[in-house]
Write a protein that binds this ligand. Structure first.
Ligand SMILES: Cc1ncc(COP(=O)(O)O)c(C=O)c1O
Length: 431
């Protein structure tokens, strides 16, 4: 295990941990989560800012509760996520509902619970205007069509296509740029006049402007342009209380990945923020909605090697997990570093590390690992975000347990599923 991996996890006997809770096992390190939250303070502490944890990245109630302790709000994308936040005692004002292409009924439910509303299409914005007029504030999500920056080569990112695949589909970086205007997210700036018309027609009180950062926060220059664009637009909204830069802030998956440092983004934002506040006489808040940035490096998936086999020239390491527990390698071609913690000094060999589903199920191909023996424990890294949250019961396999390492102790935060869980909601009919 490398030194900088994790403080608490380093000090625990991982074999003991896996014996106690079984494998496959998701483990989160509270210290890393805290450290990531604190990076926002270091970078943006001189302006008024708010971190809204993107619940969808890791939807465990103990993790969400821990975020409350760390002082974050919540970015939610479904009504059940809103309910989780409310039932854990979050102030509704610290929860934003940022759904995509939802029926207006969901927005009404969110309004009923008193949370902040973010609308990303003209249809729902119009319905909102008709129903609420100026009686309830609303934030609009914009799509600034800035992807040309990526086309021009100014913005680069290690994992760009895979990290943005959820937005753009299975496409290369070049294709991403061509597709951007067709992405389903946000209201295009080309429709900005329509937003203004709706505001006028219904007296809408726009209290927030939102721009999901993923494609603008890849480097300082592009981020600066995104920030400038948004602050320029912001001047037109007299009820504005916040600007929301969304999530999408990358973390390194490989040591040589290039990611933006939040501390580099801080001064860029502060300059525009200060100018805006002094010129408009308003002190607004800047929101961020990180999921990946807070959770990715804090999460580890432990799996046991069950079968070793060689087909042709490939040595396969068969594990007791798969894409039902970690879909990112198969779905986004995402790279997750893997270590053999049972044989850390063993000779280096190349393997395809595969899951146990009955179909192509690669966790990593052509990967160097310390020699793997049957029953060795492998540690898959950077899985805290979109790991468990995207897991399934495919092949009728139960989901793993989740453990949080906090104050030196390993606490179970989700029980391993059982056969009973798999069939709980199925209905056996009589013939
Ligand atoms: C609006 C919005 N906020 C926050 C997030 C969280 O992104 P990430 O986990 O990459 O920070 C997303 C992800 O797609 C998003 O669309």
């Amino acid at each position: 295990m490398k030194k900088k991996d994790s403080f608490l996890i380093q000090r625990l006997d991982l074999h003991d941990l896996c014996r106690k809770f079984g494998t496959p096992l998701y483990v989160y390190d509270a210290n890393i989560i805290k450290q990531q939250v604190e990076k926002f303070k270091t970078a943006f502490g001189t302006i008024r800012y708010k971190v809204m944890y993107a619940v969808k990245s890791c939807t465990n109630i103990s993790i969400i509760k821990y975020m409350k302790l760390l002082g974050t709000g919540l970015d939610t994308v479904s009504i059940p996520e809103v309910h989780m936040g409310l039932s854990l005692g979050f102030d509704p004002r610290d929860i934003v509902f940022t759904p995509n292409v939802v029926d207006f009924k969901e927005i009404e439910e969110a309004v009923d619970s008193g949370v902040s509303i973010n609308i990303e299409n003209l249809q729902n914005l119009e319905s909102f205007g008709k129903k609420y007029g100026s009686s309830y504030p609303v934030c609009v999500r914009l799509n600034p069509n800035m992807i040309s920056e990526i086309e021009s080569g100014k913005a680069t990112g290690p994992d760009f296509a895979s990290a943005n695949k959820e937005h753009y589909g299975d496409v290369s970086e070049v294709q991403v740029s061509a597709w951007h205007n067709q992405s389903k997210f946000g209201i295009s700036l080309t429709q900005f006049d329509d937003i203004l018309k709706l505001i006028e027609q219904y007296g809408l009180r726009i209290n927030g402007l939102h721009l999901h950062s993923s494609h603008v926060i890849l480097n300082k220059t592009v981020f600066e342009k995104g920030v400038k664009t948004l602050f320029k637009i912001a001047r037109q909204f007299k009820h504005l209380e916040y600007i929301d830069f969304g999530g999408g802030i990358m973390v390194k998956h490989k040591p040589d990945d290039v990611v933006i440092e939040l501390s580099d983004a801080g001064p860029v934002l502060k300059r525009e923020y200060d100018t805006f506040c002094s010129e408009t006489g308003k002190t607004i808040t800047v929101w961020f909605e990180p999921g990946r940035f807070l959770m990715s490096e804090a999460g580890f998936l432990f799996t046991e090697t069950v079968v070793l086999k060689t087909n042709g020239w490939i040595d396969f390491v068969g594990t007791n997990t798969g894409f039902h527990h970690l879909v990112r390698p198969m779905m986004y071609n995402a790279y997750h570093s893997i270590e053999n913690i049972s044989n850390p000094k063993g000779p280096i060999k190349k393997y395809n590390i595969v899951g146990n589903l009955c179909e192509i199920d690669n966790l990593a191909c052509d990967r160097e690992l310390n020699e793997v023996r049957k029953k060795d424990l492998l540690m898959i890294k950077n899985v805290g975000a979109y790991g468990f949250a995207m897991s399934s019961n495919y092949n009728s396999r139960p989901k793993p347990a989740e453990v949080l390492i906090i104050n030196g102790q390993a606490k179970l935060i989700r029980k391993r599923e059982t056969y009973a869980d798999l069939v709980r909601n199925q209905v056996e009919i009589d013939f």
